[in-house]
Design a protein around this ligand. Sequence first.
Ligand SMILES: Cc1cc2nc3c(=O)[nH]c(=O)nc-3n(C[C@H](O)[C@H](O)[C@H](O)COP(=O)(O)OP(=O)(O)OC[C@H]3O[C@@H](n4cnc5c(N)ncnc54)[C@H](O)[C@@H]3O)c2cc1C
Length: 284
Amino acid sequence: MSSRRVVIIGAGYAGVMAANRLAGRRQPDDLNVTVVNPGADLIQRIRLHEVAAGSRATAQVPMRSVLSGRAEFIEDSASRIDPVNRHVYFSSGREPIGYDTLLYAVGSGHTSADVPAGAHGFGDAESASRLRARLSQLDEGAAVSIVGAGLTGIELAAEIAEQYPRLHVRLISRGIIGSDLSGSGQHAVRSRLAALGVEILENTDVQWRDDSTLTTSGGYILTSDCAVWAAGFRVPGLARDSGLPTDAEGRLIVDESLSCPEYPEIFGAGDAVRVRTRSAATCG
Ligand SMILES: Cc1cc2nc3c(=O)[nH]c(=O)nc-3n(C[C@H](O)[C@H](O)[C@H](O)COP(=O)(O)OP(=O)(O)OC[C@H]3O[C@@H](n4cnc5c(N)ncnc54)[C@H](O)[C@@H]3O)c2cc1C
């Protein structure tokens, strides 16, 4: 019996977990698992705020230490998926590879285009290292403004305040802090931030005047020695550019079994997909 080829695009948490589960099956020989990722390290994104604040040296782990030895690894970036002929093309120009089953797991981040001039973007390993260097240079009493109070902004504010009690940390939210959390969750977040001395500004939109000055929607001027942009959510455009069904943000649309209804041999997992439930589909 010839083995089926499973190609996994993206080796973050979703891609590596899927590859290891497939490669670790009792009878793995009927499947050939290939993982494609642009870097040779797994980036533990949930640790990036610790890297930025200096409480952890790195969030990078060598891919080969976490990825099953049974999975083939291609260090490259997928540039296009041909869902009709079932091929994946590469940015480097290497020969495209075919697949029987594809897992789309390209994750999320921000693009530098989203980040206002003068602000530190935050969301990947490079931006975490840059922020770490900047924070370590700040003097006693310097102000750090973090714009965007989703979980990333909250975690970053708390970590910086904890590691740098000499800095004044400010967290600015367009809405309510932790709006996705339960009432008790919001209360716990607020209490912890307050205990760490984090200044919280809610229902506040900001505009960048220059690299150290923000104007709030209420007309206040905030000066900071370091402004961090932790807002916004972007996914790679690969699915959309490949003609696959996506939502307005470019996330691959999958059903409850994580398969793409138009191309059932394509599955998606992680940040880069939108699961459309049957009830949502019925409602349009
Ligand atoms: C500071 C911070 C703290 C967080 N804390 C938490 C938390 O406490 N709990 C929680 O649940 N979540 C947290 N998150 C969110 C969490 O990190 C993401 O939900 C998670 O990383 C998504 O996993 P993923 O595998 O979908 O994508 P990612 O981890 O983003 O990995 C995607 C991979 O795909 C690769 N890729 C992209 N494009 C291509 C391409 N064209 N070809 C090949 N490969 C490609 C990328 O290089 C990357 O390696 C946090 C995020 C941040 C930034």
